[in-house]
Ligand binder design. Structure first.
Ligand SMILES: NC(=O)c1ccc[n+]([C@@H]2O[C@H](COP(=O)([O-])OP(=O)(O)OC[C@H]3O[C@@H](n4cnc5c(N)ncnc54)[C@H](O)[C@@H]3O)[C@@H](O)[C@H]2O)c1
Length: 320
């Protein structure tokens, strides 16, 4: 299988390490505006290099494509891949505005192209185990926490390039809350700024969510601490589970049963392995997040951003 990459920075390294473990995958082509980065991947995998994805699409015949550019850099990559019928695995968030996403989604649907999105914790053992333990029980409340340090990448610290912490980072936990509680209808929150001089957006946020099915959510985020906490608590009638994704552990109780669980698989490798298998076998269900689903997580996080600025309850935009 001939695989291409657009963007070979931090997270692409993780995807490349995973691909290296899978038989019969060639990283044939890499595109990055940073020639040094593209060159070092080419040296490792024997790939052809490009500094413009248009040239890569013209020259290559790819069986699958990984897109791992920063949120602001998504332009027409997904549309061009869709037109060529190339299945795509895309790092989250899939973009940082809904116009870009809706245009890409239309092309993906028109050309019936398979997509996977890098919400790796959808594939974690913690997620599977929580679903198994909860069965048909209704979730009443989800409490999400993303309490982490400021990432080193320069673009991350600029609202106009990353979308801010909720869109870029807390999206993992907002996405998991959606996957457990169903679609989000409304968001209302508050943000505080200027504690952290290295970023130009709110560095402490608290957002409440009303889910269509009746559950409520409370999400707090900061990129101002060293705690490294990424967690989701799920609460309902006589159960309370804390899924600590940062530590790969889950604890709590479901009825009389005390839960203490450690995950063997964080989701990073298996998301890539499943995407490749999905392409080979034509089984899209192996991808636990696809482009349309990821677009809904973006819509929720953009609504969260909007309420921080307006103080108003915001309806989450619908993605058809
Ligand atoms: N756990 C995760 O799922 C996870 C972790 C980190 C980052 N990410 C996501 O991955 C994406 C990339 O983040 P990163 O940390 O790897 O960033 P990065 O800055 O380390 O790497 C991005 C790369 O894209 C290249 N690039 C930028 N614009 C380009 C363009 N138009 N064409 C080709 N290459 C281009 C840059 O030169 C850079 O090498 C972001 O959306 C981020 O949110 C996901």
């Amino acid at each position: 299988m001939d695989v291409g990459f657009i963007g070979v920075g931090g997270i692409a390294g993780n995807y490349l390490n995973s691909l290296e473990r899978i038989a019969d995958v060639r990283v044939s082509a890499v595109c990055d505006i940073d020639a040094t980065r593209a060159g070092s991947v080419a040296e490792r995998f024997g790939s052809r290099t490009y500094d413009d994805h248009h040239a890569m699409f013209e020259a290559e015949r790819l069986d699958a494509l990984f897109i791992a550019v920063p949120p602001f850099a998504h332009t027409d990559q997904e549309i061009l891949a869709a037109k060529r019928g190339i299945p795509m695995f895309i790092a989250k968030p899939v973009a940082m505005d809904l116009d870009t996403v809706n245009a890409a989604l239309a092309a993906i649907r028109e050309h019936e192209v398979m997509t996977g999105v890098g919400y790796m914790w959808r594939h974690s053992d913690l997620t599977d185990k929580a679903r198994e333990l909860l069965g048909e029980r209704a979730i009443g409340m989800a409490i999400g926490s993303v309490h982490v340090n400021t990432p080193g990448t320069a673009w991350w610290r600029v609202l106009g390039q990353s979308g801010g912490q909720i869109v870029e980072q807390s999206t993992h936990i907002y996405d998991l809350a959606r996957s457990f509680c169903g679609e989000a209808a409304q968001a209302h929150g508050w943000g505080g700024a200027a504690l952290n001089p290295r970023i130009d957006f709110e560095d402490v946020t608290t957002v409440n969510i009303r889910f269509e099915g009746g559950a409520v959510g409370a999400m707090t985020s900061t990129s101002n601490v060293r705690t490294g906490k990424y967690s989701l608590e799920l609460i309902g009638n006589d159960f309370h589970l804390t899924l600590n994704y940062g530590a790969n552990r889950m604890a709590g109780h479901v009825g009389e049963e005390t839960v203490e669980y450690e995950a063997a698989e964080s989701g990073y490798y298996i998301q890539v392995e499943r995407f490749i298998r999905a392409v080979r076998e034509g089984d899209a269900s192996l991808n636990r997040s696809d482009y349309a689903d990821a677009a809904r997580s973006l819509a929720l996080t953009l609504a969260a951003n909007e309420t921080l600025r307006t103080g108003q309850v915001v309806d989450v935009p619908k993605i058809a």
